[in-house]
Each structure stands twice: as structure tokens, then as C-alpha cells.
Ligand binder design. Structure first.
Ligand code: SF4
Ligand code: SF4
Length: 342
């Protein structure tokens, strides 16, 4: 059953509306006021890595997850939820590692939705979708995303398992200089296994982790124009992007800015690692220290953590200062200029 959650933030003169069934989210400023640059009361979206455990070894894994990876304890997870229940958080994206292979995964989904009223979703490598995991996903999750890494056997099996019981299934596709060719061919002629998916979400590859130097960046591709043009055509599934693609959207498409926003790391979203450190975004784990949540509160990290303040007060280079798209794009990625597509 859909529940509409309305929240009002009088100090910043705006409100949010969230539909728990469809995932529709709207942020609306009061008449006469401008849209907020960041949410002073805390993040709207939490991205939590509940484990670094994974047995697939995907080459594009920025976390370099493996079977030595540690799990977040359920006590730590509850400790986070206890703090965020007074914040604007409506959704939690669970990641890893492979989150659904956390030993307490079903409990984590149940606690998030039933006890705290927050809608969980997760991204899986497609393995470990047991009957128990599928049942709790159906009961508690907004959507499940499967990473599209070759060979695509795990992906096809997972899509079949999830869609056959009516779970909203999205695909996360990491775009780089090589994989963009597969993306274009899937957009032109969708393989049969994709027909039942809800959305294809494209993610801009970051030069971090396992194959940091062996994979070419997306912006090195000479196929960007073709790719973005293809995304504008009708498809059997919806098309989405991570905010790390925003410089490409503003450069290569005429998509209305009503449908996207610049990077919201540290403005509306926060990442928490399995060892309880807070970062503006998950990719900063490899390069930044993070804010220790074992000894500090989440709201203090959000408001006063140095990495959060730095990312909010991002400095723009001359190229961005002189760019007509800057109010929509917000300078692309504030952390890795090298991934910007303009
Ligand atoms: S120049 Fe800066 S603001 Fe303009 S599209 Fe590129 S990253 Fe975005
Ligand atoms: S800081 Fe960069 S990598 Fe992180 S979410 Fe923003 S655009 Fe993406």
C-alpha cells in the first residue's frame, strides 16, 4: 500500500513529498523562496554499506570487496536508525560488498521498514538471492538493483528470480570507455532478459579500486554523443543516471533540469561504511578519512564534519565559472574532475 510522506522544513522554507510505493520524491520550496542548496536537518538519503563481503570479484568494484570483507553489526545498524529517525531520511540504499549475503539481511530489511518506517532498497551482484531474501525483499523493499557485470549469467538469473515474484528490479550499469559499447547495443536492441526490468540506471565509472588504472574513463570514449542520443529514445524500461553523470546530461541531452540535480553528496545524501564512518559519498572511502560515528553523532558529521563542509563549499574552476549550465550541473563531480563529461 502506498503511503505519502509529507515533511515540512520551516527554517529552510521547503517541503518534501515521498511515495513509499513508487519511490516518487519531490522537494518543493515555499512561494517566494528558492530551492534549498542543502538539507540542514540531516540527509534525505542514506547510503549504507552493511558489508564488504563479496565472493564475485567484479573487475569494476571500487570497494575491492572480497570474502575477507567485514559485516556491519545489527547493533550498529540500529544505532544509525535510532539517530536518523528524527532526520529527513525517507530511504536507505543498502550496498556492499554484496548486501543480501549479510547474515542478518532479512532482519535488517524488516527493522528498517517495520520499526523505523524507512524504505530500504539494495544493490546486489545477483548472488545469494535465497527464498528468504526474496520474500523479505518483496515485503519490505522499494526496489532491488542488480549490477550488470559480464559474464551476465548472475544478472539474468537474478532478474528472473526477482521479476517472477513482482519485485521492482533495476539494473546498475557502470559506464566506462569499453562498456559504453555494450550499453549502446543494449539500448538499440534490448536483450530479452532486460524486458521485464523497471529501469536501467547508468553509473559513471570512477577511477578507484580494483582496476583503477586498467579501465578507460567514460569521458575518453568517442561514443558519448551516440550513447546519450540513444538514451533519449523510447525503451521497454525507464532510463536513469547517477548524479555523477550530470555533466554529460547537461552537455549531450535536452532533458529538463526538473528531472535531475547536481551531485547531492553532502547536500542531501550521506554514505556510512560498514566500519561506521560517514562520508559525503561512497567513492570517498578510498581517498578520505571519514567521520568516526562510533564516537560522534550523525548530525554532527553532517553539519560540522570537515569533508562535508568542504564538499558543500566546493570551489569551481574557471571552466565551470564561465559555463552556462553551472546552475544545473553544479560543477559536475566535486571530487574527481577527471570523470566530468563536458
Ligand atoms: S563546465 Fe562545469 S558546470 Fe559546465 S557542464 Fe562541465 S562540469 Fe558542469
Ligand atoms: S562526489 Fe563525485 S563521485 Fe561522489 S556522488 Fe558526487 S559526483 Fe559522484
Amino acid at each position: 500500500m502506498a503511503i505519502l510522506i509529507h515533511k515540512y522544513f520551516p527554517k529552510q522554507h521547503y517541503s518534501t513529498l515521498f511515495n513509499t510505493k513508487t519511490g516518487f520524491f519531490l522537494r518543493k520550496e515555499d512561494p517566494g523562496f528558492s530551492s534549498p542548496y542543502w538539507s540542514e536537518c540531516g540527509p534525505e538519503l542514506l547510503d549504507i554499506s552493511i558489508t564488504r563481503w563479496c565472493d564475485r570479484g567484479c573487475p569494476r568494484c571500487y570497494r575491492e570487496s572480497n570474502t575477507a570483507g567485514k559485516h556491519m553489526s545489527i547493533q550498529d545498524y540500529r544505532y544509525i536508525l535510532d539517530q536518523v529517525k528524527k532526520m529527513p531520511v525517507n530511504q536507505i540504499a543498502l550496498g556492499g560488498g554484496n548486501p543480501n549475503q549479510h547474515p542478518d539481511f532479512s532482519k535488517i530489511l524488516q527493522v528498517t521498514r517495520q520499526e523505523y518506517g524507512i524504505v530500504p532498497s539494495y544493490t546486489s551482484n545477483g548472488r545469494g538471492l535465497t527464498q528468504e531474501v526474496l520474500e523479505s525483499s518483496k515485503k519490505y523493499c522499494g526496489a532491488v538493483a542488480i549490477s550488470a557485470y559480464p559474464p551476465y549469467e548472475d544478472l539474468t538469473n537474478a532478474i528472473q528470480k526477482l521479476t517472477s515474484i513482482g519485485i521492482k528490479t533495476n539494473i546498475h550499469f557502470v559506464l566506462d570507455k569499453e562498456s559504453i559499447l555494450t550499453a549502446i547495443s543494449w539500448l538499440k536492441e534490448p536483450p530479452a532478459f532486460l524486458i521485464k526490468v523497471n529501469a536501467m540506471i547508468f553509473l559513471n565509472f570512477k577511477p578507484l579500486g580494483r582496476f583503477e588504472k586498467k579501465i578507460g574513463l567514460l569521458k575518453e570514449s568517442d561514443q558519448l554523443k551516440t550513447f546519450f542520443a540513444e538514451t533519449q529514445n523510447p525503451h521497454p524500461y525507464k532510463i536513469g543516471f547517477d548524479s555523477c553523470c550530470v555533466s554529460g546530461l547537461v552537455s549531450y541531452t535536452k532533458t529538463s533540469p526538473l528531472f535531475f540535480d547536481g551531485c547531492d553528496a553532502g547536500r542531501f545524501s550521506m554514505f556510512i561504511s560498514e566500519d561506521m564512518k560517514a562520508f559525503p559519498c561512497s567513492f570517498m572511502m578510498n581517498t578520505h578519512q571519514g567521520y568516526d560515528l562510533k564516537n560522534h553523532n550523525i548530525i554532527d558529521a553532517w553539519k560540522d564534519g570537515n569533508e562535508f563542509k568542504v564538499i558543500r563549499n566546493r570551489k569551481w574552476d574557471n571552466k565551470c565559472n564561465n559555463c552556462l549550465k553551472k546552475q544545473i550541473c553544479l560543477g559536475g563531480c566535486p571530487s574527481w574532475n577527471s570523470i566530468n563529461l563536458c
